[in-house]
Design a binder for this molecule. Structure first.
Ligand SMILES: C[S@@+](CC[C@H](N)C(=O)[O-])C[C@H]1O[C@@H](n2cnc3c(N)ncnc32)[C@H](O)[C@@H]1O
Length: 393
């Protein structure tokens, strides 16, 4: 797709272009980038090179190479310095023999393969040199609607939770909590915005709300419809983004769980969400807490994070935006204990221990009850937050 683009003016950066085919499996992994990549070389992972790197990426360079293997911490600092204009979407290591592997722990990016000598030479690397390769995209592209839809279409089944798995009760508890915070909701017209597989709205439907739902991912919407059928509640589920809601009417209750961190512009997003809340209606919104100890830890150590973890807002930041739009905050909540609880839960799931997962679910329930008791102030302890906000009449 792209041809070689003009080299950025910064002296810190020299650029070359090379055919994507030479990248072997990287090329496969980055299939959506087309059959040709442009590549820029960074003298080091030092954050002083970030400005030049941002310019290169915005000018069309897709892969940044760095000689050697900078530490995860250095790469994480560089990733932060590239944000918010650019997002590091994958990180690879190429060893002295040209073998490619991933530095990141996320399985979907694990690669086997090699980078040809010709390719490495074209990238300005000597054949005896190891290198780190970052696949970096402009934020607008990484967080664009096409990326979001593709990502969730691919992951829809995983998002549905697996009935009978050790963590399933925890999965459902989290979704039910949001609906419970909207109580009493019997008889209310409700919209689950960014519904995923529908479980937040479906919990509200079980409590008597008349629920509609939408999600950008057609695969998610299909699963939401199937889930509704299975539990025998009516659900009008459609495909769409909050930025362009596929319903004309306003709703007495709007549920929005785990979505705002995907919004490229939180203010536009909240304006559009506000437009579907009826006067005097209720918005129950929740998302990840970027200030939790666990997320802060990942941010410092992990070179590659999903864009939403960098883009997420603190509860207080969303609260301020809602108050500015005429909402009164009726309830504040933190839930899901942070590091090491999710990691232990993942381990327990791997070992198929229902008992350990059940114990951690009990711990999570108790912790959010205590959070309520003490006025919901322990921000760094929890990975997620919820606000119950009443719109002015
Ligand atoms: C983390 S999942 C949460 C799903 C569901 N709300 C839940 O709590 O189980 C995020 C969902 O938001 C959807 N999404 C992402 N960006 C969105 C947007 N701008 N508008 C509406 N939905 C969006 C995704 O397709 C995905 O299904």
């Amino acid at each position: 797709m792209t041809s070689s683009l003009a080299a950025p003016s910064h002296a810190a950066l020299d650029t070359v272009s090379m055919p994507g085919a030479d990248l072997g499996p990287i090329g496969d992994d980055l299939a959506d980038a087309g059959d040709r990549f442009t590549l820029a070389h960074l003298p080091s992972a030092h954050t002083e090179n970030a400005r030049a790197a941002v310019d290169a990426v915005l000018a069309g360079q897709e892969l940044l190479t760095i000689r050697g293997y900078p530490s995860f911490e250095e790469l994480a600092a560089l990733r932060d310095a590239l944000w918010p204009k650019c997002h590091v979407s994958a990180v690879y290591r190429v060893d002295t023999g040209g073998q490619v592997s991933t530095t990141a722990r996320r399985r979907e990016h694990v690669l086997d393969g090699s980078w040809s000598a010709k390719g490495r030479q074209a990238a300005g690397l000597s054949l005896t040199e190891a290198a780190t390769v970052l696949y970096v995209r402009p934020r607008v592209e990484a967080m664009g609607q096409t990326s979001t839809r593709q990502k969730f279409d691919l992951n829809a089944v995983g998002w549905n939770g697996t009935p009978g798995s050790p963590t399933y009760r925890h999965y459902r508890w989290m979704r039910r909590l949001l609906a419970e915070i909207a109580q009493p909701c019997a008889g209310l017209t409700a919209l689950d915005a960014g519904s995923g597989t529908g479980w937040v709205g479906l919990e509200a439907a079980r409590m008597g709300a008349k629920v509609s739902a939408f999600d950008p991912s057609p695969a998610m919407v299909e699963l939401a419809k199937e889930n509704a059928k299975e539990i025998k509640v009516p659900l009008d589920a459609r495909v769409g983004f909050v930025e362009d809601v596929p319903f004309d009417q306003r709703f007495e209750l709007v549920l929005n769980s785990g979505v705002i961190s995907f919004a490229p512009d939180a203010d536009v997003y909240l304006d559009r969400l506000d437009a579907v809340v009826a006067p005097g209606g209720l918005l129950v919104i929740g998302d990840l807490n970027p200030k939790s100890r666990g997320f802060a830890r990942r941010r410092a150590r992990d070179p590659m994070l999903p864009a939403r973890e960098l883009n997420g807002l603190r509860r207080r930041e969303v609260e301020e935006r809602l108050v500015a739009r005429g909402y009164t905050i009726e309830k504040r909540w933190y839930y899901q204990l942070t590091f090491p609880v999710p990691e232990l839960m993942a381990l327990a799931e791997k070992r198929d221990s229902h008992f350990a997962c059940g114990a951690m679910l009990a711990l999570n329930r108790a912790a959010s009850a205590v959070d309520q008791l003490f006025g919901s102030v322990a921000e760094t302890w929890f990975d997620s937050w919820i606000l119950r906000a009443r719109k002015g009449t």
